[in-house]
Ligand binder design. Structure first.
Ligand SMILES: [Zn+2]
Length: 220
């Protein structure tokens, strides 16, 4: 019988850096209780040896992509020069992005390179209004190096409110166009979407329009 050889690429491969062989690029692996910096070569060797026994169970992307789930580790990986994160652990507990402890603002054209806000109160001045304390750490990941600054809750809420009010308005518009049977069928997804829209305001004053929108959907 002919020997079958199957070579599968990693789910996502980091871009080769100028003058640096792919095998030597640093990659950060995140597991349940630890993070390890390894080379892409070591990771490929592991994959060749284990992919038969361990189908799936991990994903990969640039560090910026993981700021919403693991802000501290993603920052450390980026600072250590890692070109990618490989995530092996998918806990049952909700990710900070889903609880409002981390707010991820994505642009359609820069899906993997978002602006990320992490709730981390500190006695450091707000970069926008100069308030003496700031509750948020903002990271803009499409800049090289990443741009970090401190922002107060009022400035964050002021910047998030208009786009959220607009999203709620468009959502209502879309829902009005649905037939009754489509509404029934899509109901679980709709409830999840409303919760996702409200999540960023867990630590922020919610705009009255968004508050009314959320209350309307909570009604039986
Ligand atoms: Zn401010």
């Amino acid at each position: 019988m002919a020997q079958m050889v199957r070579e599968r690429p990693m789910s996502w491969k980091p871009a080769r850096r100028r003058g640096e062989p792919y095998e030597q690029l640093p990659v950060c692996c995140i597991g349940a209780d630890e993070a390890l910096l390894v080379t892409a070569g070591a990771l490929e060797e592991w994959r060749r040896g284990y992919f038969v026994a361990m189908e799936g169970g991990h994903n990969a992307g640039p560090p910026a992509h993981y700021l919403g789930q693991h802000p501290r580790l993603a920052r450390q990986a980026y600072q250590a020069g890692a070109v990618a994160i490989v995530l092996f652990h998918f806990p049952d507990t909700p990710w900070p992005e889903h609880t409002g402890d981390v707010i991820v603002v994505r642009h359609r054209r820069r899906w993997d390179y978002p602006r990320v806000l992490e709730f981390a109160p500190a006695p450091e001045a707000c970069a926008l209004c100069g308030a003496p304390a700031s509750e948020w750490r903002e990271t803009v990941t499409w800049k090289r190096p990443w741009r970090e600054r401190r922002l107060c809750s009022r400035c964050v809420a002021d910047r998030l409110a208009p786009r959220t009010v607009e999203r709620a308005r468009r959502f209502d518009e879309w829902h009005r166009e649905l037939t009754p049977s489509q509404r029934r069928e899509l109901h679980p997804g709709i409830i999840a979407e409303v919760a996702a829209l409200a999540a960023p305001f867990r630590h922020l004053p919610m705009p009255p329009e968004v508050d009314a929108f959320v209350r309307r959907w909570r009604e039986p």
